[in-house]
Design a protein around this ligand. Structure first.
Ligand code: CAA
Length: 260
């Protein structure tokens, strides 16, 4: 079904590998189309899914950015804006996905690759990972949400420096700055992401989805995040899972959540 994405089911977790290692997994139009289909059509139908891991093929790169070789036809502002809008739509699908999505960053995460990792709910990086927004080297700016999300993660001053200098940072520095949740030895990022998702899979699925929605609300223009929290708290209290979770606590046993 997919030419570039390799989608494997590991228990209730989907492991999605962007598989263009010769191009350091750069995001060409085909990859973006497949990601859109995956997160809008395919994964939402998998009711047993508890989470998604996104990674890159090979040992060198997560994703080295948008595919620069496809830039040659772009020469006017409308074409460029259309490209950015397409990327935004797809990355919002990931950010707003109701199950947790973790980027297992196994190497370079540059430009659109760093932006893709930032659209995920968490990032686990291997020690050899490198992060950066080097678009100014090409005479453009980040176009898949980087100017907004990098500020959210690391603050304005450092984001300004990274995007203006095009400097790359190592995994440990990304961790220190708050861009990355965990740094693990090379080759262990997917395993660590799996460990986190396995833990989350024991929690109430509706609650997990509503945490994601409520946290995202903090960053949405014109949305009152506190009001969103009130609304989603109400939604979760109306679930059978809430009855089960409270009963399990009182009866000193693990909860058996049904996702409703
Ligand atoms: N697009 C297309 N191809 C890419 C690519 C990209 N973003 N990044 C790497 N490749 C290709 C290279 O062209 C090369 O292919 P060939 O062998 O066919 O020439 C192959 O991947 C291996 O790359 P290198 O030989 O360059 O490997 P390296 O180890 O010397 O360097 C690197 C690695 C530092 C990541 C370097 O490849 C690089 O700087 N890549 C570009 C990074 C970049 O500028 N990303 C931002 C893109 S713009 C963007 O993403 C805009 C946006 O916000 C939407």
């Amino acid at each position: 079904m997919y030419e570039i994405l390799d989608v494997q089911q590991d228990g209730n977790i989907a492991i999605v590998t962007i598989n263009r290692p010769k191009a350091l997994n750069a995001l060409n139009q085909q990859t973006l189309t497949e990601l859109r289909h995956l997160f809008s059509e395919d994964l939402p139908k998998r009711e047993d899914l508890s989470g998604v891991i996104l990674t890159g093929a090979g040992e060198k790169a997560f994703v080295a950015g948008a595919d620069i070789k496809e830039f040659t036809g772009i020469s006017d502002d409308e074409q460029g804006a259309k490209m950015a809008r397409n990327g935004h739509e797809i990355f919002f699908l990931i950010e707003e996905f109701s199950k947790p999505v973790i980027a297992a960053v196994n190497g370079f995460a540059l430009g659109g690759g760093c932006e893709l990792a930032m659209a995920c709910h968490m990032r686990v990086a291997s020690e050899n990972a490198r992060f950066g927004q080097p678009e100014v080297n090409l005479g453009i700016i980040p176009g898949y949400g980087g100017t907004q999300r990098l500020v959210q993660y690391i603050g304005k001053g450092k984001a300004m420096e990274l995007m203006l200098t095009a400097d790359m940072i190592k995994a440990n520095e990304a961790h220190r700055l708050g861009l990355v949740n965990h740094v693990v030895p090379k080759g262990e990022a997917v395993a660590k992401a799996k460990e986190i998702l396995t833990k989350i899979s024991t929690k109430g699925p509706v609650a997990v989805a509503k945490v994601i929605e409520s946290i995202n609300a903090y960053f949405q223009n014109g949305v009152d995040g506190f009001e969103r929290e009130v609304e989603k708290f109400g939604t979760t209290t109306a679930t059978k899972d809430f009855q089960e979770g409270a009963a399990a606590f009182i009866e000193k046993r693990p909860a058996n959540f049904q996702g409703c």
